[in-house]
Unconditional design. Structure first.
Length: 247
Protein backbone atom coordinates (compact mmCIF):
# COMPACT_ATOMS: atom_id res chain seq x y z
CA UNK A 1 0.00 0.00 0.00
CA UNK A 2 1.15 3.50 -0.82
CA UNK A 3 -0.27 6.81 0.32
CA UNK A 4 -0.99 9.18 -2.56
CA UNK A 5 -2.59 12.06 -0.63
CA UNK A 6 -2.51 13.38 2.92
CA UNK A 7 -5.71 15.26 3.65
CA UNK A 8 -5.21 16.11 7.34
CA UNK A 9 -2.16 18.19 8.26
CA UNK A 10 -1.43 21.16 10.51
CA UNK A 11 1.06 24.03 10.40
CA UNK A 12 2.20 26.89 12.60
CA UNK A 13 -1.03 28.70 11.76
CA UNK A 14 -2.51 26.45 14.43
CA UNK A 15 -0.80 24.16 16.94
CA UNK A 16 1.52 22.58 14.40
CA UNK A 17 5.17 23.59 14.08
CA UNK A 18 5.89 23.29 10.37
CA UNK A 19 5.69 26.05 7.80
CA UNK A 20 3.34 25.50 4.87
CA UNK A 21 6.23 25.66 2.39
CA UNK A 22 8.28 23.09 4.33
CA UNK A 23 5.31 20.76 4.56
CA UNK A 24 4.76 21.02 0.82
CA UNK A 25 8.39 20.18 0.12
CA UNK A 26 8.17 17.18 2.46
CA UNK A 27 5.06 15.93 0.67
CA UNK A 28 6.77 16.28 -2.72
CA UNK A 29 9.81 14.41 -1.44
CA UNK A 30 7.52 11.56 -0.39
CA UNK A 31 5.93 11.49 -3.84
CA UNK A 32 2.43 12.51 -2.74
CA UNK A 33 0.01 13.67 -5.42
CA UNK A 34 -2.05 15.87 -3.08
CA UNK A 35 -1.59 17.68 0.22
CA UNK A 36 -4.27 19.47 2.24
CA UNK A 37 -3.57 22.05 4.94
CA UNK A 38 -6.41 21.71 7.45
CA UNK A 39 -6.07 23.84 10.55
CA UNK A 40 -8.53 23.50 13.42
CA UNK A 41 -11.47 25.86 13.41
CA UNK A 42 -11.50 28.81 15.83
CA UNK A 43 -13.43 26.98 18.58
CA UNK A 44 -10.41 24.76 19.31
CA UNK A 45 -8.56 25.73 22.46
CA UNK A 46 -6.64 24.51 25.49
CA UNK A 47 -4.20 26.53 27.59
CA UNK A 48 -3.05 27.89 24.24
CA UNK A 49 -4.93 28.37 20.98
CA UNK A 50 -5.10 25.19 18.89
CA UNK A 51 -6.80 26.52 15.78
CA UNK A 52 -7.01 29.62 13.64
CA UNK A 53 -7.67 32.86 15.47
CA UNK A 54 -10.87 33.34 13.47
CA UNK A 55 -12.52 31.89 10.38
CA UNK A 56 -11.19 34.66 8.13
CA UNK A 57 -7.66 33.41 8.75
CA UNK A 58 -8.56 30.33 6.71
CA UNK A 59 -8.79 32.64 3.69
CA UNK A 60 -5.35 34.05 4.51
CA UNK A 61 -4.02 30.49 4.46
CA UNK A 62 -5.75 29.94 1.12
CA UNK A 63 -4.00 32.99 -0.34
CA UNK A 64 -0.60 31.75 0.85
CA UNK A 65 -1.21 28.28 -0.56
CA UNK A 66 -2.28 29.80 -3.89
CA UNK A 67 1.13 31.52 -4.10
CA UNK A 68 2.96 28.23 -3.51
CA UNK A 69 0.70 26.50 -6.01
CA UNK A 70 2.26 28.63 -8.74
CA UNK A 71 5.70 27.20 -8.04
CA UNK A 72 5.09 23.63 -6.99
CA UNK A 73 3.63 21.93 -10.05
CA UNK A 74 4.50 18.45 -8.78
CA UNK A 75 1.64 18.35 -6.31
CA UNK A 76 -1.98 19.46 -5.98
CA UNK A 77 -2.44 21.71 -2.95
CA UNK A 78 -5.73 22.00 -1.08
CA UNK A 79 -6.84 24.54 1.49
CA UNK A 80 -9.18 23.13 4.10
CA UNK A 81 -10.18 23.10 7.73
CA UNK A 82 -10.71 20.65 10.54
CA UNK A 83 -13.91 22.26 11.77
CA UNK A 84 -15.36 21.59 15.20
CA UNK A 85 -18.86 20.37 15.89
CA UNK A 86 -19.95 22.80 18.59
CA UNK A 87 -23.42 21.61 19.57
CA UNK A 88 -25.68 18.58 19.29
CA UNK A 89 -27.44 20.13 16.30
CA UNK A 90 -24.20 19.55 14.39
CA UNK A 91 -23.27 23.22 13.94
CA UNK A 92 -19.68 23.83 12.87
CA UNK A 93 -17.47 26.65 14.10
CA UNK A 94 -16.83 27.98 10.58
CA UNK A 95 -19.51 29.93 8.67
CA UNK A 96 -20.81 28.35 5.48
CA UNK A 97 -19.68 31.43 3.56
CA UNK A 98 -16.07 30.52 4.46
CA UNK A 99 -16.54 26.78 4.01
CA UNK A 100 -17.64 27.36 0.42
CA UNK A 101 -14.28 29.03 -0.30
CA UNK A 102 -12.27 26.00 0.84
CA UNK A 103 -11.22 22.96 -1.17
CA UNK A 104 -11.81 20.29 1.47
CA UNK A 105 -13.86 20.18 4.67
CA UNK A 106 -12.92 17.97 7.58
CA UNK A 107 -14.96 17.99 10.77
CA UNK A 108 -14.59 16.37 14.14
CA UNK A 109 -16.12 16.18 17.57
CA UNK A 110 -13.51 17.40 20.05
CA UNK A 111 -13.55 17.78 23.81
CA UNK A 112 -11.32 20.84 23.92
CA UNK A 113 -13.51 23.44 22.30
CA UNK A 114 -15.32 26.64 23.10
CA UNK A 115 -18.89 25.35 22.86
CA UNK A 116 -21.75 27.24 21.23
CA UNK A 117 -23.64 27.55 24.53
CA UNK A 118 -23.63 26.41 28.16
CA UNK A 119 -25.97 23.58 27.18
CA UNK A 120 -23.61 22.45 24.44
CA UNK A 121 -20.70 22.67 26.87
CA UNK A 122 -22.52 20.40 29.28
CA UNK A 123 -23.50 17.86 26.64
CA UNK A 124 -20.22 17.71 24.73
CA UNK A 125 -17.61 18.42 27.40
CA UNK A 126 -18.99 18.00 30.92
CA UNK A 127 -21.06 14.87 30.34
CA UNK A 128 -18.26 13.08 28.46
CA UNK A 129 -15.64 13.96 31.07
CA UNK A 130 -17.52 14.08 34.36
CA UNK A 131 -21.29 13.74 34.04
CA UNK A 132 -21.39 9.98 33.66
CA UNK A 133 -19.00 9.53 36.60
CA UNK A 134 -21.43 11.44 38.80
CA UNK A 135 -24.36 9.39 37.55
CA UNK A 136 -25.99 12.45 35.97
CA UNK A 137 -26.17 10.80 32.56
CA UNK A 138 -25.65 7.24 31.35
CA UNK A 139 -22.91 6.16 28.96
CA UNK A 140 -25.64 5.04 26.56
CA UNK A 141 -27.17 8.54 26.53
CA UNK A 142 -23.77 10.12 25.96
CA UNK A 143 -23.01 7.74 23.10
CA UNK A 144 -26.32 8.55 21.46
CA UNK A 145 -25.78 12.31 21.78
CA UNK A 146 -22.20 12.17 20.48
CA UNK A 147 -23.33 10.15 17.49
CA UNK A 148 -26.27 12.42 16.75
CA UNK A 149 -24.07 15.52 16.84
CA UNK A 150 -21.86 14.05 14.11
CA UNK A 151 -24.80 12.71 12.12
CA UNK A 152 -26.43 16.13 12.18
CA UNK A 153 -23.22 17.77 10.99
CA UNK A 154 -22.84 15.31 8.11
CA UNK A 155 -26.43 15.86 7.03
CA UNK A 156 -26.22 19.63 7.38
CA UNK A 157 -22.86 20.36 5.72
CA UNK A 158 -20.88 19.13 2.73
CA UNK A 159 -18.23 17.38 4.84
CA UNK A 160 -15.54 15.39 3.05
CA UNK A 161 -14.03 13.58 6.05
CA UNK A 162 -15.03 13.00 9.67
CA UNK A 163 -11.77 13.10 11.61
CA UNK A 164 -10.74 10.44 14.15
CA UNK A 165 -14.31 9.16 14.80
CA UNK A 166 -14.72 7.93 18.36
CA UNK A 167 -11.51 9.49 19.67
CA UNK A 168 -12.16 10.42 23.34
CA UNK A 169 -15.90 10.45 22.60
CA UNK A 170 -17.86 7.22 22.28
CA UNK A 171 -20.04 6.87 19.17
CA UNK A 172 -22.31 4.38 17.43
CA UNK A 173 -20.02 3.28 14.62
CA UNK A 174 -22.63 1.66 12.41
CA UNK A 175 -25.08 4.55 12.65
CA UNK A 176 -22.47 7.18 11.80
CA UNK A 177 -20.98 5.10 8.99
CA UNK A 178 -24.41 4.50 7.47
CA UNK A 179 -25.12 8.23 7.27
CA UNK A 180 -21.62 9.01 5.99
CA UNK A 181 -22.03 6.42 3.23
CA UNK A 182 -25.31 8.01 2.20
CA UNK A 183 -23.86 11.55 2.23
CA UNK A 184 -20.57 10.59 0.53
CA UNK A 185 -18.50 11.51 3.59
CA UNK A 186 -15.38 9.52 4.47
CA UNK A 187 -14.42 8.24 7.90
CA UNK A 188 -10.82 8.86 8.84
CA UNK A 189 -8.23 6.31 9.87
CA UNK A 190 -5.97 8.67 11.80
CA UNK A 191 -2.33 7.74 12.23
CA UNK A 192 -1.62 10.15 15.07
CA UNK A 193 -4.42 9.17 17.43
CA UNK A 194 -4.46 5.50 16.44
CA UNK A 195 -7.67 4.97 18.43
CA UNK A 196 -9.51 2.75 15.99
CA UNK A 197 -9.77 -1.02 16.20
CA UNK A 198 -10.20 -3.80 13.66
CA UNK A 199 -13.76 -4.17 14.93
CA UNK A 200 -14.52 -0.47 14.32
CA UNK A 201 -13.20 -0.61 10.77
CA UNK A 202 -15.04 -3.82 9.92
CA UNK A 203 -18.31 -2.53 11.39
CA UNK A 204 -18.05 0.72 9.46
CA UNK A 205 -16.86 -0.98 6.26
CA UNK A 206 -19.93 -3.22 6.24
CA UNK A 207 -22.04 -0.15 5.36
CA UNK A 208 -19.98 0.55 2.24
CA UNK A 209 -18.61 3.81 3.64
CA UNK A 210 -15.27 5.02 2.30
CA UNK A 211 -12.22 5.81 4.42
CA UNK A 212 -9.37 8.32 4.24
CA UNK A 213 -6.02 7.49 5.82
CA UNK A 214 -4.32 10.61 7.16
CA UNK A 215 -1.24 11.53 9.15
CA UNK A 216 -2.80 14.36 11.20
CA UNK A 217 0.75 15.68 11.10
CA UNK A 218 1.71 18.50 13.45
CA UNK A 219 5.34 18.59 12.29
CA UNK A 220 6.96 18.66 8.87
CA UNK A 221 8.47 15.22 9.38
CA UNK A 222 5.03 13.87 10.23
CA UNK A 223 3.64 14.61 6.77
CA UNK A 224 2.64 11.38 5.03
CA UNK A 225 3.55 9.17 7.99
CA UNK A 226 0.81 6.53 8.26
CA UNK A 227 2.66 3.32 9.24
CA UNK A 228 0.43 2.38 12.17
CA UNK A 229 -2.72 3.19 10.21
CA UNK A 230 -1.62 0.98 7.33
CA UNK A 231 -0.89 -1.85 9.74
CA UNK A 232 -4.42 -1.54 11.12
CA UNK A 233 -5.86 -1.66 7.60
CA UNK A 234 -3.93 -4.84 6.93
CA UNK A 235 -5.16 -6.48 10.12
CA UNK A 236 -8.73 -5.48 9.32
CA UNK A 237 -8.32 -6.82 5.77
CA UNK A 238 -10.07 -3.69 4.55
CA UNK A 239 -10.82 -3.61 0.83
CA UNK A 240 -8.55 -0.89 -0.56
CA UNK A 241 -11.31 0.10 -2.97
CA UNK A 242 -12.95 1.66 0.11
CA UNK A 243 -9.89 3.81 0.89
CA UNK A 244 -9.74 6.96 -1.22
CA UNK A 245 -6.05 7.87 -0.87
CA UNK A 246 -3.97 4.70 -1.02
CA UNK A 247 -3.02 2.44 -3.90
Amino acid sequence: MKLVADYHTHTNYGHGTGLIEDNIKQAIELGLDELAITEHGPASHSLTRLGVKDSLQLLEIKEEIAEYDRYFNEINLLTGVEANVINLDGKLDVPELILKELDIILAGLHLWIKPKSLQAGKEIIFDNLIGYKLGLVSKEEIREKNTQALVNAVEKYNIDIITHPGYQLDIDTHKLATVCQKEDTCLEINNSHNQLSVSFINTAASTGVEFAVNSDAHTTKGIGQIDSALELIKRAKLDLDQVINVI
